[in-house]
Structures are given as structure tokens and as C-alpha cells.
Design a protein around this ligand. Structure first.
Ligand code: SF4
Length: 211
């Protein structure tokens, strides 16, 4: 059983190396970077967090699979799954990762990196957007990094030194991907791409207006 916030789709993966690919989302509830309440958001590790991950319901695999079946387009053998949160590695275990890997063509785990990942099939990959959380170092070994600029730029040297792909993504304020603060962050990302070979990540789902 897992505490599930939502299952939805079809949509497109908005971020990371699979950006633009069709997928369903499995959002697990809870996060170790913020308790999700508006009054504590500014003081959290992620004051820009745009996700509601509180609450949800306890579901077993049969119930999760039924939710997937209800929203999956028929006959798409290329459909992926984004396992996200909150922080999905607070709950995701080997059983869940094996089931997702067996059902979907590809699976992205979107994690803040502070929890180790259980054993997983080869088509289940880790996208780590590291967050500075007191007393909780980044321990995961991701398939790629996604560094939020400017808020988490301190992680950039570590990510570049790892030799894995490094995506840089401008922090998106509540108003969406627009405005002078967003533009400045985007320009900083472009500069990092030009100087260090980072890849630009621009939250495709927000640009095209899907969940
Ligand atoms: S780790 Fe992710 S889900 Fe959790 S508070 Fe930070 S941005 Fe939000």
C-alpha cells in the first residue's frame, strides 16, 4: 500500500531527459523538504514549490493499476510513467518500481535525492533535483541531474563533476514561466549551457498548458 496523492494523464513529461514524451503521472503524497502548508512554505527548502502533495489515499497496486487503466490512451506502447511527489522515495519500494517498470515503456523517478533508491529495472531511471535540506544530504546516484536556477545552483559543481547529464531549469514563480525574475533565471541557465554544456529544461507542461 502506498499513500497516493493523484494518478493522472495522459499528459507529457515536462522536465528532464524525457521531456515531451507522453506519460501518466503517479504522485505519491508527502515530502521531507516541506510539510506542504502555505504558512511554512517561505521558510522551507523549496519556497518555489508548485505542488500539492498533502493528503491522498492509501492504495494497493490493484487500485493504482485501475487508475492507470482509466486514464491511459489505448494502444500506446511508448507511454511512460512519472513517479513523483512530494518525495516519492519516502515510499517507493522495490515492488512498486518493478511493477511500474513492467507496465510502462519508461519510468522517471523525480526525487530530491535525499533517499536511496531501491533496486529497479533498467527502464526506471532517476531524475534528481537536489535540495538543501538540513541534516539530509544528497545520497542518490541519479541518471541525470536537474538543477533549479538560481535557487539550487550551489549543487551545480557536484553535478558537473559526476559526469552525468546536467539539466538546468529556471525556477518558475507562481505566475508561471514569465516575468523579469523568470527571464533572469532563464538567461542564467542559457549562460550555464553555453559555458558548461548543461542542457536547458523549461517545464514543457507549463509552456503548453497541461497538468
Ligand atoms: S522536494 Fe519537490 S515536492 Fe518537495 S517541497 Fe521541494 S519542490 Fe516541492
Amino acid at each position: 500500500m502506498w499513500q497516493v496523492k493523484s494518478v493522472f494523464g495522459p499528459t507529457v513529461q515536462g522536465e528532464g531527459l524525457n521531456a515531451g514524451r507522453p506519460c501518466l503521472f503517479l504522485r505519491l503524497a508527502g515530502c521531507n523538504a516541506w510539510d506542504g502548508r502555505a504558512e511554512t512554505r517561505a521558510a522551507s527548502a523549496c519556497p518555489y514549490c508548485d505542488t500539492d502533495f498533502r493528503g491522498g489515499e492509501r492504495l494497493d497496486w490493484a487500485a493504482i493499476a485501475a487508475r492507470f487503466a482509466a486514464c491511459a490512451p489505448a494502444g500506446n506502447a511508448h507511454l511512460g510513467c512519472v513517479l513523483t511527489g512530494g518525495e516519492p522515495l519516502l515510499q517507493a519500494d522495490e515492488d512498486l518500481l518493478a511493477r511500474l517498470g513492467a507496465v510502462f515503456a519508461w519510468v522517471d523517478i523525480e526525487t530530491n535525492g535525499t533517499r536511496a533508491c531501491p533496486p529497479r529495472p533498467a527502464n526506471v531511471r532517476i531524475s534528481c533535483s537536489p535540495k538543501r535540506i538540513s541534516g539530509q544530504p544528497v545520497v542518490v546516484e541519479p541518471d541525470w541531474w536537474k538543477i533549479l536556477i538560481p535557487d539550487q545552483e550551489a549543487f551545480l559543481p557536484m553535478a558537473l563533476a559526476s559526469g552525468r547529464p546536467v539539466l538546468v531549469q529556471p525556477t518558475c514563480p507562481d505566475a508561471g514561466p514569465q516575468g523579469p525574475a523568470y527571464r533572469a533565471a532563464l538567461d542564467r541557465c542559457l549562460d550555464l549551457c553555453f559555458r558548461h554544456g548543461c542542457r536547458l529544461s523549461i517545464q514543457v507542461h507549463k509552456v503548453v498548458g497541461v497538468e
